[in-house]
Design a protein around this ligand. Structure first.
Ligand code: HEM
Length: 486
């Protein structure tokens, strides 16, 4: 009770709970966005709550997004929070198992695989993977049927990402051993690992075996490529093999292997959850799926030639599908930072002490009526400049901020005070944003060419969200009815 009775007036208000250590763990864990909104209505944008004995301070809204995501390196720290979870999965000396300055250099190396030139090569690869998946998968034999779309989109995501980002040799290994190993690695991302990292959790042995085995597969591949004297490849592994840190040290092979794991794991959950939401939203709005098909016919011609990177820019509704889905279903609902020194909150009397963890939740402003009219309505057309529901950030041209900043891994748009940040912002901003957009838009455009979807009961209902894992995703089974075009 101490924390509620002896309230420090310079700390944000504390959400009350009868249970000392548990605090608000259960109400937060069941539905984080609902919890944030209820507390925001009571306390305003900045408040604290207890999560498994730890004091968390949430600051929502554009100002909160800016305060946390644009925090200076001397004030906030991501690696102190995330390393218990990510190091056993990715491996040592990369991402959060190294100083932030080293991560910034690693992000720069990884960005080499994420250029326009690379995307030109990726679009046909992704489209071919999607087409071949539907041809060979028994659940899609025949003219129509019903399917739980989530596991299918998870497979499509891993096949398309591994083939495009990591090359055909690694992609082919997913049909043999890699898929199971990555599945075991994934178990390291359970919320229990986050909160109870000191406990001997039963699935951790399999995670550790998988980490060592996957890293060895990558390191053996690196060795084979060095021995073969390859000189002109373009893929990310090859770029990392040639990369050198600012201090002149070439990137060691184990770090290359661990970065390859990180690249695939960092995006897999977010992209797979988003692609499943896209399909579920389309099933709930067959009219939009038809609009998408007509958009392609109009822009690319009735014979629908094979999709190219340049075509994606000609399909604004297809782009808006991804934007609008991420607005309502951003898979990362809570972004956390340790507080390194007391942080005064500008414009308030609050000072956040170092025993609090800061929590940003950009999803709260992305579904706030103040910024997005009729916020709960999934309406991709709202991203057009003159729709009745167009958000003010689009009308005022604030969604594509031109202000940029260099955190060490290349210029990124600053925009930390935006109400719409599904890819985060600041020095930890997602490096996979453009790849994810290309991947999701290509998958959507390819599926729209082949299928019509609807809800099994023909309604416009949408399934609820599963918050039980660290990345939110649709509750399963998420069945949809599919029908092949002609
Ligand atoms: C970081 C979202 C796909 C690589 C982040 C962050 C967000 C995010 C919100 C910031 C986390 C923080 O500040 O603590 C998403 C979403 C995706 C997606 C919504 C897909 C729809 C990808 C993909 C890749 C990727 C495909 C790799 C190709 C990364 C990496 C970081 C990151 C390496 C860590 C950056 C750092 O801490 O400095 N992502 N991501 N992401 N993302 Fe993504």
């Amino acid at each position: 009770l101490k924390q509620f009775l002896f309230v420090n007036p310079n700390e944000p208000p504390m959400v009350f709970s009868w249970f000392p250590v548990i605090g608000s763990t259960i109400t937060y864990g069941m539905d984080p966005p609902k919890f944030f909104k209820e507390q925001q209505a009571k306390f305003g944008d900045c408040f604290s709550f207890i999560l498994l004995g730890k004091k968390m301070t949430v600051y929502v809204g554009p100002k909160g997004n800016d305060f946390i995501l644009n925090g200076k390196i001397r004030d906030v720290c991501a690696e102190d929070i995330y390393t218990v979870l990510t190091t056993p999965v990715f491996g040592k000396d990369v991402v959060y198992d190294c100083p932030n300055s080293k991560l910034m250099e690693q992000k720069k190396f990884m960005k080499v695989a994420l250029t326009t030139e690379a995307f030109r090569q990726y679009v046909p690869i992704i489209a071919d993977e999607v087409n071949s998946y539907f041809k060979r998968t028994p659940d899609f034999k025949g003219q129509s049927g019903t399917v739980n779309i989530c596991p299918k989109m998870a497979q499509i995501t891993i096949f398309t990402a591994s083939h495009s980002l990591q090359g055909k040799v690694i992609r082919d290994k997913f049909d043999e051993t890699l898929a199971d190993l990555y599945h075991d690695l994934d178990m390291g991302f359970s919320p229990a690992n986050f909160m109870l990292h000191w406990a001997p959790l039963p699935w951790n042995n399999r995670r550790d075996y998988a980490q060592k085995t996957v890293a060895k597969i990558y390191m053996d591949t690196i060795k084979q490529r060095r021995d073969a004297g390859e000189t002109d490849a373009q893929d990310i592994m090859f770029h990392l093999m040639k990369a050198t840190y600012k201090n002149g040290v070439p990137v060691p092979d184990h770090e290359i292997a661990h970065m390859m794991i990180a690249l695939l794991m960092a995006g897999q959950h977010s992209s797979s959850s988003t692609s499943a939401w896209i399909m579920l939203r389309l099933a709930s709005r067959p009219d939009i799926m038809e609009d998408l098909y007509q958009e392609q016919i109009k822009a690319l011609g009735a014979d629908l030639p094979p999709l190219k990177y340049e075509d994606l820019a000609k399909l604004p509704l297809n782009q808006a599908i991804v934007k609008e889905t991420l607005r309502l279903h951003a898979p990362i609902h809570s972004i956390m930072r340790a507080v390194k020194q007391p942080m005064p909150v500008p414009g308030t009397k609050y000072v956040i002490p170092t025993d609090h963890v800061l929590m940003a939740a950009p999803g709260v402003s992305a579904s706030d009526e103040q910024y997005f009219p009729q916020p709960d309505l999934w309406e991709p057309h709202r991203w057009e400049p003159d729709h009745p529901l167009t958000p003010s950030i689009v009308r005022n041209g604030e969604d594509e901020t031109t202000e940029t900043i260099d955190y060490g891994y290349g210029l990124v748009s600053k925009g930390t005070a935006s109400p719409y940040l599904p890819f985060g912002a600041g020095r930890h901003r997602c490096i996979g944003e453009h790849f994810a957009n290309v991947q999701l838009q290509t998958i959507t455009a390819t599926i729209v060419r082949q299928f019509k979807f609807r809800n099994v009961d023909g309604s416009d209902k949408v399934i609820g969200t599963d918050y039980a894992s660290l990345f939110s995703r649709p509750l399963e089974p998420a069945n949809i009815y599919w029908e092949k075009r002609n």
